[in-house]
Structure formats: structure tokens, C-alpha cells
Design a protein around this ligand. Structure first.
Ligand code: 13P
Ligand code: SF4
Length: 338
């Protein structure tokens, strides 16, 4: 188990501009009894805890068995031999873990784990769209419910969306629900000379849609040699001005390999905090925007869900929906592996 000193060592360099992400040694000591109880329950129940890169740093650096982006964490869930998976992130990620592990107990500790993308499209929307576009391959972003995945052909994440859509043999694609990511795909394929007819649903991430290209111009004027990293949920006006576009873990790996010393990030500020902690010799600036859904996770909720989960913490998916959604998610793994 992590000690107060070790936890403080990880958290002390995080200054993302929001007071709830600033830590003292005393704060770390106060967290220890909860962390200790969580670790004990994990051992007793053969449970693992998966934590997304945006989740609060005191969770990320204390009780996580695996941390990462939505693709990496789905892979961790798929390969796990634990009996219980606690998914500290948002609902659609916990649902994906259940799609991959129908026989395991999957717990969502987050009382408010929505997502503006996943909540913006329903199963019946997709059923209607399929009647309207019968010749299209339906590609869904992983930020969708299990019921929506069950109506689609192939799932993608921010780490593989360009590659998978390019590989799909059909030239007619319906991509949902992220319109901005879809516009980035269209632009990316055009630049490579790949011609596909891509229809888009009108959804957005409420965090990433806010970023404006002007903030990149301003940063470049004020700081020489800064590298600009953005998430593909941003608009193409933002993406066009960036030096690197990738998933949260791809951005982290990019910083690890980059020779530059200063970075500006346009993505949820949890990632800025992870980078500040991992690379204290480098300088990171970025938006202080928090995803209210990702930040609803708390250590107390994780403890409660391991001790005594309520029905809404336990992910249940109807068998027929799970089977169809699994085909959609497995096609993503097939495309990614080949
Ligand atoms: P990643 O898969 O890049 O971690 O993204 C998940 C997400 O919700 C981004 O807003
Ligand atoms: Fe959804 Fe945006 Fe939050 Fe990611 S950051 S979970 S896409 S609302």
C-alpha cells in the first residue's frame, strides 16, 4: 500500500490551477485510512481498480491497479482474471468492461458518471439512422452506452479512430456520436488521399468543444518552443494548429518521448496533473477545465462500492445487448491488432 510520503511525492508537483488539485503532506495522511480499507477489500474480494487519466489525482496515485485511456483500460478489463472490476471513470467505460466480462462483477463507484457524448444518442436513434442509411457501416466512439454499441458495427476510441475508419472496407461510414471527432477523421483521411463518404451525428464533448484556436495563437506568441497537444474531441480549427493530436495516453507517451521542455494541452486538466507529476522537470500549461463527470469519483465512493454496492453501482446489461455490443467492441480489437 502507498504511504503518505509516497503519495505526497506523487501529488506535490500538481498545480493545474484548481485548488481541489493541490496537496499537502497532511492531506495525504488524512486519506490513508480510506486507502487502507480499500486495499484490504481489494485483497478479500480479488478486485482490481481501473482509473482513467482524468480522474482525481489522489485516486489515480493511490488505489489504481491500472491507469490509462479508454482503449488501454478496456484491454486491462478484457485481460483481467479478477472477480470484481471497479471502474473509476464514467459509466460508458464501466459498461464496456461489463460487455467484455459478462461473468464478472463490474462496479461503477461514480454517482454522476455521465458523459455529454454518451448521453446524447440513444439506441432508438441508431435504429432509425440504420433505416435511413442502410448501406453504411456504423462506427461508434467508445463514448456510447452498451445499447448504442449493440446497434453498431465497429467501436473505436480516440487512439485508433483514424486508423480503423481508414481500414474499414466500406466507403460509406456513419460515425457517431462525436461530430468534431468525425470532422477530424474526414480531414485526416482527405489529407491521406482516402475518399470516404462519412455521415456524422451532431454530438460533442462539452469540455473539448469549448477550446478555441486563438488560445493556441496566444500561447505560441508568448512562449517560444512550446509543443501544443490536443485531444481529437476538439474542433478541427484547434486540431489544425496543434503539434500533436492523440488520446490521453498517447499524449502522455508523446511527452515521454519528446525532447521539448514545455507543453500546452487542450484537454481535461486531469491529464495536465498526471504530466506535472510524472515529468516535474518539464513545464505544462493547459486549460483548467474539469469534466464534472470524471471528477465525481471519490475515494469514499470507491470504498462504499467495495463494501456495500447499491443496485445502481452494479453494471447489468441484458444478455442479447451484451452479445451484440461485444461483437462491436471485439471488431475494434481485431482492427487494432492487425
Ligand atoms: P481517451 O480514450 O483519450 O482517454 O478519452 C476519453 C475521453 O472521454 C476523452 O474526453
Ligand atoms: Fe465525456 Fe467529455 Fe467528460 Fe470525456 S471529457 S467523459 S468525452 S464529457
Amino acid at each position: 500500500m502507498v504511504s503518505a510520503e509516497q503519495l505526497y511525492e506523487k501529488l506535490k508537483d500538481i498545480h493545474v490551477g484548481n485548488p481541489i488539485c493541490q496537496f499537502t503532506k497532511e492531506n495525504c495522511e488524512l486519506l490513508l485510512p480510506t486507502i487502507e480499507r480499500i486495499e484490504k477489500l481489494k485483497r478479500e474480494k480479488n478486485a482490481i481498480i481501473l482509473v482513467h487519466n482524468y480522474v482525481a489525482p489522489q485516486i489515480f496515485y493511490s488505489v489504481a491497479d491500472f491507469t490509462g485511456d479508454s482503449y488501454g483500460l478496456s484491454k486491462n478489463a478484457k485481460e483481467s482474471d479478477a472477480d470484481v472490476i471497479v471502474f473509476s471513470a464514467v459509466r460508458f467505460m464501466a459498461e464496456t468492461a461489463k460487455i467484455l466480462n459478462p461473468e464478472k462483477i463490474v462496479l461503477d463507484p461514480n454517482p454522476n458518471g455521465g458523459c455529454s457524448l454518451a448521453d446524447g444518442i440513444t439506441e432508438s436513434d441508431v435504429i432509425k439512422l440504420r433505416q435511413q442509411f442502410p448501406d453504411h457501416t456504423f462506427v461508434c466512439y467508445i463514448n456510447t452506452t452498451a445499447a448504442v454499441k449493440a446497434q453498431c458495427d465497429v467501436c473505436v476510441t480516440s487512439s485508433n479512430v483514424y486508423k480503423i475508419i481508414e481500414k474499414i472496407p466500406n466507403d460509406k461510414i456513419y460515425f457517431l456520436p462525436d461530430k468534431l471527432m468525425g470532422e477530424n477523421v474526414i480531414q485526416n483521411l482527405k489529407a491521406k488521399g482516402v475518399n470516404k463518404n462519412i455521415e456524422l451525428w451532431d454530438g460533442t464533448c462539452y469540455v473539448h468543444e469549448e477550446y478555441q484556436p486563438e488560445s493556441i495563437d496566444q500561447v505560441r506568441r508568448n512562449f517560444e518552443d512550446v509543443e501544443i497537444l490536443v485531444h481529437p474531441e476538439c474542433s478541427s480549427a484547434v486540431v489544425n494548429k496543434a503539434d500533436y493530436v492523440g488520446s490521453t495516453s498517447q499524449m502522455l507517451n508523446h511527452v515521454r518521448e519528446s525532447e521539448r521542455d514545455s507543453f500546452f494541452l487542450l484537454t481535461e486538466c486531469g491529464l495536465t496533473g498526471v504530466l506535472q507529476s510524472e515529468f516535474p522537470q518539464k513545464t505544462f500549461a493547459g486549460s483548467c477545465t474539469m469534466c464534472k463527470y470524471m471528477k465525481s469519483n471519490s475515494l469514499e465512493d470507491i470504498l462504499n462500492v467495495l463494501e456495500n454496492p447499491s443496485p445502481q453501482n452494479i453494471i447489468e446489461i441484458a444478455p442479447e445487448t451484451q452479445k451484440r455490443a461485444l461483437q462491436c467492441v471485439n471488431r475494434m480489437f481485431d482492427y487494432s491488432d492487425h
